[in-house]
Design a protein. Structure first.
Length: 155
């Protein structure tokens, strides 16, 4: 397995990986309108554009992208909110430490930016994973309508 920064040649595989997770995993936890919204925000062109403002990683195995995740600032330059975005692992590879490997790279980015906390808008199915990584559920939940649970980890 190789962890590296994503490039435009990876976008189609990233899109396919996200779609598989939406259809095979998240569909058991989220409503159809929310899944449709997630899908509409992760079209090929959107993911290609995200390469310009997110630090997107992939893990590849035998020339196939088996995981992806991004480091992003959802705040401002003056008041950053360093966060995880689109962390997904190929469904049949869940539970093998791949998500943790990717998480560790993202966490290192937060620490490199001198962050004192790290955030994630978690899907319902991933809350347990993030709790294992050290996150706790935020008291304030600004995205209840999106079925996302904001969580924070102190660094």
């Amino acid at each position: 397995m190789k962890l590296r920064i994503a490039n435009e040649n990876d976008v189609e595989q990233i899109k396919f990986l996200l779609e598989r997770n939406f259809d095979e995993i998240m569909s058991k936890y989220h409503s159809k309108p929310i899944l449709d919204k997630f899908k509409s925000h992760n079209k090929y062109e959107d993911l290609l554009n995200q390469l310009n403002w997110k630090k997107i990683y992939v893990i590849e195995e035998d020339d196939e992208v088996i995981a992806t995740g991004a480091f992003v600032n959802y705040g401002s330059k003056e008041k950053p909110k360093y966060s995880i975005s689109n962390l997904y692992v190929k469904p049949e590879k869940h539970g093998k430490g791949i998500g943790k490997m990717l998480f560790n790279a993202l966490c290192q980015d937060a620490k490199s930016n001198c962050a004192d906390s790290f955030h994630v808008p978690s899907s319902r199915n991933a809350i347990g994973f993030y709790e294992k990584m050290g996150f706790t559920i935020d008291n304030e939940q600004p995205e209840k309508d999106n079925e996302a649970t904001w969580m924070t980890m102190l660094l």
